[in-house]
Write a protein that binds this ligand. Structure first.
Ligand code: CAA
Length: 240
């Protein structure tokens, strides 16, 4: 039987590329989405990948959604916590709501996605937790105090989970994408985006598939000794 993978935010952008890469590698994939029914339906139609709608920021919704995936596809072997949002603003203009929305989705959302499936992974002696962090969690970013805090927090999560899961056959790793050609980056004002691209030695934005291939490796049985690690894929923009 094929392994089962869940990708949050898996019907658009980087998440959609991850869902498709895992499907191509033989996983049964469930892709979650928060609100865009039309994009999700189109994604399922084009790829045959089943989509599920829930808010990753809500623990009970996440738990129920993950239970539904397990009822449909079987025990979850791989979770890819990819769902993320931005609410960019210089700190002096950032509102408590902008702070909280990003914390709820990007950071608490990781807890809510992994915590319900963790006991099953421990019992079965196998699991792959992959969190999509960001270059901006590594280096910080103007107007992203909220986002950078969550993406740095992701790295603390995987390093701790790696230590807890290692003896049970579970790995926890992160991928830190640089600037990738997705709606999120395209929403940055054009002038700012051009200035960002000029700081990328590769001279271009990354492609979602270039992140998906990193995730596919971490999800594979071959990656069992890679645990607590971070793969940076940023066109040489930043080195840790
Ligand atoms: N570094 C230094 N200064 C900067 C700056 C930067 N990166 N970006 C903007 N500024 C400056 C502006 O030049 C401007 O200066 P002046 O006041 O002297 O003119 C000031 O900061 C911005 O002031 P505004 O009051 O005009 O700012 P605003 O309230 O309109 O906000 C913004 C604008 C939200 C910051 C907008 O510029 C923006 O979206 N910037 C991009 C932030 C960014 O890089 N986000 C990453 C999104 S992609 C992502 O997150 C994916 C990933 O993981 C990589």
């Amino acid at each position: 039987m094929s392994r089962v993978a869940v990708v949050t935010g898996g019907s658009r952008g980087i998440g959609a590329a991850i869902s498709q890469a895992l499907k191509a590698d033989g996983f049964s994939v469930a892709a979650t989405y928060a609100g865009n029914d039309e994009a999700a339906a189109k994604f399922t139609e084009e790829t045959g990948i089943k989509t599920y709608k829930w808010n990753v920021g809500d623990y009970e919704e996440s738990k129920a959604g993950l239970a539904q995936v397990e009822a449909d596809l079987g025990p979850i072997d791989v979770v890819v916590a990819n769902a993320g949002i931005t609410r960019d603003a210089p700190f002096h203009k950032m509102t408590p709501e902008q702070w909280q929305q990003v914390i709820d989705t990007n950071l608490t959302g990781v807890f809510n996605t992994v915590h319900p499936v963790w006991p099953g992974m421990r019992e079965r002696g196998f699991g792959r937790v992959i969190v999509i962090s960001s270059i901006n969690g590594q280096k910080g970013q103007f107007a992203q105090v909220n986002y950078a805090a969550t993406k740095a927090g992701d790295l603390g999560i995987i390093k701790s989970l790696a230590q807890e899961g290692a003896a049970k056959g579970i790995t926890a790793n992160a991928v830190c994408p640089g600037y990738i050609a997705t709606d999120m980056v395209m929403a940055v004002p054009e002038k700012v985006r051009e200035s960002i691209i000029s700081q990328i030695p590769a001279g271009r934005l990354g492609q979602p598939e270039e992140i998906a291939r990193c995730v596919a490796f971490l999800a594979s049985d071959d990656a069992g000794f890679v645990n607590g690690s971070t793969i940076s894929a940023n066109g040489a923009q930043f080195f840790v």
